[in-house]
Design a protein around this ligand. Structure first.
Ligand SMILES: [Zn+2]
Length: 339
C-alpha cells in the first residue's frame, strides 16, 4: 500500500469538519475519497490569464517550510493590484497548504508561482482565515490544483451574502486589468470548531473562533514550527478594522494570548512577529475605543459626535487611521449601546 493511500484511509477528519450546506453530496468521507482520487496528481504548470508565466510573489521563509508574502499597507488600488494583506503557504512532506490567497486572481496566480518555485507537491488545502476580499480573491487561481477550500463554518454564508457587493466594489477599486479573472470560490470544507489537517509528517491545527474581527475568523497553527497564522485577528501597522464584535474581539485576544506559539503571522503587517507581544498594540487600541465609546454612551453623546473623538489618542500609532477609525467607533457604538 502506498504511503498516500494509507494517509487517505486514515485521514483525521471525523467529527470535526462538516461539509458545507448545499454541498452535502460530497460528504466528509466521500470528500476524502475524492481528495485521494485527485489530490496526489502532479500539479499542472501555471499559466496566467494573459497566457504568460506569472511573476512569483516575493515570500519570506519565516520558519522551516513556512513562507509568507507580506502585503503593502493600503486600500485596494490599481497600483497595488490588491496586494494589501499577508498570504502564506506551508510545505509538508506530501502536500502544501495555502493560507489566504491575496486580493485578486492575478495575485493568487503569483502566489502559486512562488509555491511552484519551491516545490511540485500538490496544493491539498486552500485555507481562508475569513471572508474579506484581500484574503479570498485569489482563490480561483488554485482551482486547477483541486484543493479543499477550507474555512470557518460561517464563511460560506458570509461570502454568499456579500459576493455581489465585494465583486462590484473591488472591480471598481482595482480597475478591470488588475481584477481580471477574479471570482469568489466558497469553501467546500467547513471547520465547525477545531480540525487538524495533514500535509505529510506535518499538521496544521485550525480553530474556528467566535465573532471578533468578523463572524468567520479562523486561526491556523503549524504544529511543527509553532507558527500561528492569526488572519485579521491581528493587525500591525494597519489600524484594526472592526467588522464583527469589539467585545468578542477583545475576548478572543485574551484567549489567544494564553495559547502557546513561537511566532505569529498577522493578517496585515510584518511577515512574522513575536508572540504574544504582537497582540499588545491592537489590544490597547480596541480597549481604548471600547472604553471611550462606553463613556460617551453613558454621557448621552451622539454617535456622530463620538466618532469624531473616540480612539483619537491612537492616531499616531497606526496607518490608515482616517480610513477606519470612525467606522470602528460607529460599529462599536452600535454594539455597546445595547449592553
Ligand atoms: Zn479582514
Amino acid at each position: 500500500m502506498s504511503r498516500d493511500r494509507q494517509l487517505c484511509q486514515t485521514y483525521p477528519f471525523a467529527g470535526q469538519i462538516r461539509p458545507v450546506a448545499g454541498l452535502a453530496a460530497r460528504s466528509v468521507s466521500s470528500g476524502i475519497a475524492w481528495l485521494c482520487a485527485i489530490g496526489f496528481a502532479a500539479s499542472a504548470t501555471t499559466t496566467s490569464v494573459a497566457g504568460e508565466s506569472p511573476q512569483p510573489l516575493a515570500v519570506t521563509e519565516v520558519a522551516s517550510g513556512v513562507f509568507v508574502h507580506q502585503g503593502q499597507t493600503g486600500l485596494f488600488t490599481p497600483r497595488n493590484s490588491g496586494d494589501i494583506s499577508n498570504c502564506s503557504f506551508v510545505i509538508g512532506k506530501e502536500a502544501v497548504a495555502v493560507i489566504d490567497t491575496c486580493g485578486s486572481y492575478k495575485l493568487g496566480e503569483r502566489l502559486l508561482a512562488a509555491i511552484r518555485a519551491r516545490t511540485q507537491l500538490p496544493v491539498r488545502y486552500v485555507i481562508n482565515t475569513h471572508m474579506h476580499p484581500d484574503h479570498v480573491f485569489g482563490n480561483a487561481a488554485f482551482e486547477a490544483e483541486k484543493p479543499r477550500f477550507t474555512g470557518h463554518k460561517k464563511l460560506a454564508r458570509a461570502l454568499a451574502a456579500r459576493a455581489d457587493r465585494y465583486l462590484a466594489a473591488n472591480k471598481d477599486l482595482l480597475g478591470p486589468e488588475a481584477f481580471e479573472g477574479t471570482r469568489i470560490i466558497a469553501p467546500d470544507l467547513a471547520v465547525e470548531d477545531k480540525a487538524e489537517l495533514d500535509l505529510g509528517e506535518r499538521s496544521l491545527v485550525l480553530v474556528a473562533r467566535p465573532t471578533a474581527h468578523t463572524d468567520n475568523d479562523l486561526t491556523v497553527l503549524d504544529k511543527e514550527t509553532g507558527t500561528l497564522f492569526a488572519g485579521d485577528l491581528l493587525f500591525s501597522v494597519h489600524v484594526p478594522a472592526l467588522d464583527g464584535s469589539i467585545r468578542g474581539w477583545l475576548a478572543v485576544l485574551d484567549k489567544l494570548a494564553a495559547e502557546p506559539a513561537a511566532r505569529v503571522v498577522p493578517g496585515h503587517g510584518p511577515a512574522s512577529m513575536p508572540w504574544p507581544q504582537a497582540l499588545e498594540p491592537q489590544k490597547r487600541y480596541l480597549s481604548r475605543v471600547a472604553g471611550e465609546v462606553r463613556a460617551a454612551i453613558k454621557a448621552g453623546r451622539t454617535l456622530a459626535d463620538t466618532a469624531k473623538t473616540a480612539g483619537e489618542s491612537e492616531r499616531g500609532s497606526w496607518q490608515l487611521f482616517d480610513e477606519f477609525n470612525a467606522r470602528n467607533v460607529s460599529a462599536a457604538f452600535a454594539e455597546l449601546e445595547w449592553e
